[in-house]
Design a protein around this ligand. Structure first.
Ligand code: 5GP
Length: 193
């Protein structure tokens, strides 16, 4: 998506350790007009799928997921990060390895909000090593629901997440795929799509 690529080039900051900071428009301050265009694009890409629910993970996926949901007219459920899980049987849970924070944490979704009738579009801001998305897929499978696809704002194509998820037979659509980036020179190269 040209508009997103241009914005990343303009306002994204490459940090040491393969981190791209996009907090001026994506995951701290949020450009809602841009989110709206992204939501429109996700709708176009997944228009052929019978999506009735969007699943994301707190916190940075929520904004994009909500604006996207306005184009699908479906509810959004976000997986909550849990400090200690109260496993009372009311929750689906899975463990996720955090790329940015280098630790693992549990996420939970209430059984009330995900059932075998659901056809789910998973949305997140970044796809890096794929742990976050893989965990969300795991939760959808626990619920007996169907993963219709994964919509990502920025995929870091030089990390293994994209391949990991696509190899499971899941359709992944990323609005911008970064082929390479260099923090010393501040350069970002996108994959041609
Ligand atoms: P993964 O689980 O695919 O390794 O990482 C996905 C999660 O890590 C995303 O939800 C995002 O919050 C965070 N993340 C991964 N790479 C980056 C990055 O380069 N910049 C930022 N801001 N977040 C990232």
């Amino acid at each position: 998506m040209k508009l997103l690529e241009e914005r990343i080039q303009k306002d994204g900051v490459v940090k040491e350790g393969n981190i791209l900071k996009v907090d001026s428009f994506l995951n701290h301050q949020m450009d809602v007009d841009l989110f709206n265009k992204m939501g429109e694009e996700f709708k176009r890409l997944f228009n052929d799928r019978p999506i009735n629910k969007i699943l994301t993970i707190e916190a940075s996926g929520i904004g994009i997921a909500c604006i996207t949901a306005q184009h699908f007219h479906v509810p959004v459920v976000f997986a909550k990060k849990a400090q200690s899980i109260n496993l009372d049987g009311q929750m689906y849970s899975t463990k996720i390895e955090s790329f940015t924070h280098r630790r693992s944490y549990d996420v939970i979704v209430s059984r009330k909000f995900l059932t075998q009738e659901d056809h789910v579009l998973i949305i997140d801001d970044f796809l890096a090593n794929g742990c976050a998305v893989d965990g969300l897929i795991d939760i959808v499978h626990h619920a007996g629901a169907t993963v219709e696809g994964v919509g990502i704002a920025i995929e870091k194509g030089f990390q293994m997440g994209g391949q990991l998820i696509r190899d499971k037979g899941v359709r992944v659509e990323s609005l911008a795929i970064i082929e390479s980036m260099n923090w010393q020179e501040g350069t970002i190269v996108f994959k041609k799509q």
